[in-house]
Design a binder for this molecule. Sequence first.
Ligand code: ADP
Ligand code: MG
Length: 713
Amino acid sequence: MSSSATDRSPNILSTAIQYLKGIGEKRAEALNQSGIFTVYDLLYYFPRRYLDRTTMLKMRELKKDQTVTVIGKVAAKGIQGGRGKSRFVIQLTDETGVLSCVWFNQTKYWEKQFMIGEMLAVSGKVGYFAGYQMVHPEYDRLTDDSTDTEDQLINTGSIIPLYPSSEFLKKVGLDTRGLRKVIRPALERFVAEVHDILPETIISHYQLLKLHAALWHIHFPESMHQLHAAQSRLKFDELFYLELMLALRKNRIVHQQKGIEFTYVGERIHKLAEQLPFELTNAQKRVLHEIRADMKKPHPMFRLLQGDVGSGKTIISLITMLIAVENGYQAALMAPTEILAEQHFLTSRTFLQSVGVNVELLIGAQKSAERNAILERLQNGECNIAIGTHALIQDQVVFKNLGVIVIDEQHRFGVLQRASLMEKGISSTQNTPDVLVMTATPIPRTLSLTLYGDLDVSIIDELPQGRKPINTSWRYANKRPQIFDFVKDHLYKGQQAYIVYPLVEESEKLDLQAASESYEELSNGVFANNKLALLHGRMTNDEKDSVMTSFKRGEIDVLVSTTVIEVGVDVPNATIMVVEHAERFGLTQLHQLRGRVGRGTEQSYCILIATPPISDDGMVRLNTMAQTNDGFKISEVDLKLRGPGEFFGTRQHGMPELRIANPLEDMNVLVKAREAAFELINDDPHLLAPQNEMVHHHFKHHYAERMKLIQVG
Ligand code: ADP
Ligand code: MG
C-alpha cells in the first residue's frame, strides 16, 4: 500500500530518465541534449510521423516518379562499381517485389549502416535503373536482425510511429527503433500515473480522450481514428493553457488593475488636426475612435494597432500621446532602432512641437551632459513626450507621471522590455498606464484575435489615398547593369533610391564590409555623377542623423545601406528600393524593406537582385514578393514557409512553445480551447474551485514563469 501511495505522487513522472531500464549514462546525456530529462519529457516526446501499413504501397505497386514511403527487409547489400564511380546498393524486399536503394559517395560509411534482415522504411522518389530504385532515400530503421523480428514489429500495430532523432541520439542507438524500444516500456510503466490536467466537465463537454489514453495512442495508435483523437486531445491541452494565460491576463487588466481616465479633449488636439497636411483615412479615424473610447475608461487600455507598412500608424500614435499630454500626463514611444526613434522624433517635432508640446529624444549614444539634462526634464515633467529606443527603460530613467506608452514594431521587443516601461508608468502614477502596441506584421485576422486574445485589436486596413501599388520584380545578379541604368533614369527625374545589402553570415562586421565595399564601387563607378551616402549600424548617432537628414532633404540621391533602414523609415521622395542578395531575406523583412518606398504619389519600384544558388523557399519568397503587395497574403505564405512557432516569435511573446498544435491548421481546436479557457476564468478567476485544482497545479508548474512575464505586460 505505502509503496503505491508514493508511486501516485505526481513526482514520479519527474524521475530522471537515467533510472529507466535501457538508458545508461551516454543515452541519458544524448536525451538531455534533446531536452528530455524526465520520464514526463519522454512521454511527451511525440512521433514526427506515422506509417499506416494498411494504406502503404507494396513494392509491386510502385510507379516511376512517385514520391512514396515503403517498408521492406534488407535482403542484400554491397558496394558496386570501381573507384571513383562506386555506389552502395541495398535490395529491399517485401512479399511482392524488390526496390534498390542507392547511395553514391561515402559508400564504406553507408555499408556499415545497414544489416541484412532488418526492416526499413524508406522515403523518396521512385526512379528506374534496371528495376525500381531510390537514390539517397530518407530512411528509418524499424527493427534490427538480432533482437527484433518482423512479427514483433507487426505486433506493435499497423501504425508505426517514426520519432524525430538527432545525430547525438543516433550515435547511442536512439534512432526511431531505439526510441520506440525505450518509450514503450516507459509508457507501460508510467502512463497510469499521469494525472489528467483538464477538469472532467471540459473533457466530457468537448468529447476529449482522457490524458493517459491520449498519451498511449499518440505513441502507439491502433487506428488512424484513435491517433486523431489522441492528437486532438493533446493539441487541446496546449491551446487551452495558452488561452488560459491570455484569459488570466485579460481578466487582470479589466478587473484588477487601476488605470487612468483620460477624459479631456484638449485644444491642442483640434489644433493638430487642423495642421495635418492630409486628411486621416477612414480606417485611421476608426482606430482613433477605438483608442479614445478605451482611454476614457477607468481600466487600462491594452491595445494592438495593426496596419500594413505605410498605412499611417505613426500619426495615430502621436495623437494618442497628445491625449495623455492634454490630460496632464507624460507619454513615451519606444522604437526598436535608433534611426527609427530619431525619425519619429523628427515627425513629432513637425506635428507636436508646433502645438506647444515638449518632445525629447532618448537614445543610447547621447553625451552624458545632454542625457542628464533630458533625464532631469523627464523627472520634473518639463518634457511631455519621450521618444526613444530601449534607452527609455534603463534604471536612471524616471518619469514624473507616465500615463501612456506606445511601442512601435512591438514584435522587435521582448516581453520584459515592454514590462519595464510599464513599470516606470506604474511607479510614477500608481496606476497602470494605457498601452498601445503597434505592428506591421499582419497576421490573419481570426488568428490575431485568438492569439492576442488578451489585447483589443485595432486594424488599419486602408492605405492613404493616391498611393500607387509598388511595382516589384526580381532579377538575377547578371542583370545588375540594366537595373542600375533604370535607377539612374529615375535619379535624373529628381527621385531617390535605396540599395540595401543583407546580413552576411550573421556578422555585423562582414555585413558592413559588403555594404562599404559596394558603396566605394558604386560611387566611383555607375553612380559617379550622383550623390551617394552610406548608412550602417556602426556609425555614430550624429553621423546617422546627418545622413538621414540629408537624404530626407533630397541632398543625397542614393542611400547605400545595411538592413538598419528596414523598419519605419519614411522618405516619400524615395521611389526605388534595390535589395541585393534578396534570396537571403525572409518575406516579412522584404515586405518591410519594400515599404520604404511607395510613400509618395510617384510610381515606386522594388527590385530584388538574386544571386544563385537560390533555395526552393527562396524562389517562393521572390515570386511572392513579385506577385503581391498585400501584407496579409505575404504573411500567410511566410507562415506556411516558416511554421507558426518561429513566425509568432513565441519566446518574445512569452507564449509557451507548441509541440503539437499549429494555431493555423488547428483553428477549430483553438476556438474550442479558447472558449473553454475563457469560460473557466470567467467562473473561477483565481482557479480556486476544487474541480479546477489540477488546472491550477499544472498551470503553476508549467506556465507560472511565463505568466510572471505576461502579468506585467
Ligand atoms: P507606418 O504605418 O508604416 O508606420 P507611417 O506612419 O510612417 O506608416 O506613414 C507613412 C506615410 O504616410 C508618412 O509619410 C505619413 O505622413 C503618411 N500618411 C499618414 N497618414 C496619411 C493620410 N491619411 N493621408 C496621406 N498620407 C498619410
Ligand atoms: Mg511605422
